[in-house]
Design a protein around this ligand. Structure first.
Ligand SMILES: [Zn+2]
Length: 328
């Protein structure tokens, strides 16, 4: 059963359909989904949407796999990323097969904001909401995982996927299934939501949770897709429906922060080449966008996109927030 909902931010039921599409990315069903835009505050959300107890069936097998990548694969990815991003890496294009393989690992150097926080003297404990299996963290790989942050402070995770939670428990890291299970008195020096806020049914609940559980001078770090990102302008069908329930833009995040008396201290957008290659491969972007899969082209592409990212049109965004009362 699908449910129809009002705007999570302002509660209005005055919204307009922006796009209708099937699940073109994960292809888990033939249903048609809609994104609507709230006419009061501008928030865009999937509506109607699968209920909480049903959304799991729209997550593909691949998705679960992505949550618990093997150690070997993690080492390989880490190694390939280092090689592909070296200054003279395009020399590998001399062997087209190798150049093509490595080109997918070319990406802009975005420093993991959590490591940046620790290096600047930041403290724990750390809570990762949507932590996956804890050994690999999306863009930041192994060094951005709970397992790796454990060097700096106590770490905790929240993860709805049972398999992933079992894996993380094997590292002796405590996890919960949802935010309601955390005691009111628990405070964290850092709370992270790494590509998870767009999946939750009520972002407002998570913002108020983070506000309540953030230590006085702690930091909240959120990474989400940016619906203002250029890929969604080139091909609006690139959105992951129905598993992404919210399609945030800068202004939406600012609204939630303000409502919870949080200050955004940094907001950056960024893009990576592989996302365009993937969209071209599955026919959501013209084949000509795929370039030629060489390291040289991937690097040229990355350099152009640095400017687009800076203008706010990167496909993902990283936001850092803290309590407003602790602004210096
Ligand atoms: Zn609204």
């Amino acid at each position: 059963m699908m449910e129809k909902v009002n705007c999570d931010f302002c509660r209005s039921n005055n919204y307009k359909t922006v796009i209708r599409q099937k699940d073109l990315i994960h292809k888990t069903s033939d249903e048609i989904f809609e994104i609507v835009e709230c006419q009061e505050c501008g928030l865009k959300f999937t509506n109607p949407r699968p209920k909480m107890e049903e959304i799991q069936k729209y997550y593909s097998e691949d998705y679960a796999f992505h949550l618990s990548q093997s150690t070997l694969k993690i080492y390989f990815t880490t190694f390939a990323e280092v090689i592909a991003n070296m200054p003279f890496s395009s020399i590998f294009d001399l062997i087209p097969f190798v150049g093509k393989k490595l080109s997918q690992f070319v990406k802009p150097l975005i420093k993991d904001p959590v490591l940046k926080y620790f290096k600047a003297g930041g403290f724990g404990p750390l809570l990762d909401i949507g932590c996956g299996s804890g050994s690999y963290a999306h863009y930041w790989g192994r060094s951005g995982s709970l397992l790796s942050y454990n060097k700096y402070c106590e770490v905790y995770g929240i993860e709805t996927n049972d398999k992933a939670r079992m894996k993380i428990s094997s590292y002796n890291i405590k996890t919960w299934e949802n935010i309601d299970q955390i005691e009111k008195s628990n405070k964290f020096g850092i709370i992270r939501m790494n590509w998870s806020l767009e999946h939750v049914h009520a972002p407002s609940k998570y913002f108020s949770f983070m506000k309540k559980h953030l230590a006085d001078n702690g930091k909240i770090i959120i990474t989400v897709p940016n619906y203002d990102g250029i890929i969604y302008r080139l091909s609006p069908n690139c959105v992951e429906l129905p598993i992404h329930l919210y399609h945030f833009r800068k202004n939406d995040i600012m609204n939630y922060a303000k409502m919870n008396n949080l200050t955004v201290t940094s907001l950056k957008t960024f893009s990576y080449y592989q996302m365009f290659v993937f969209a071209s491969k599955i026919g959501l972007l013209p084949q000509s966008m795929m370039l030629k899969d060489s390291i040289k082209k991937a690097k040229a592409f990355k350099d152009i996109f640095l400017h687009i990212d800076e203008a706010g049109f990167g496909n993902d965004m990283i936001i850092e927030m803290q309590h407003s009362s602790f602004n210096s």
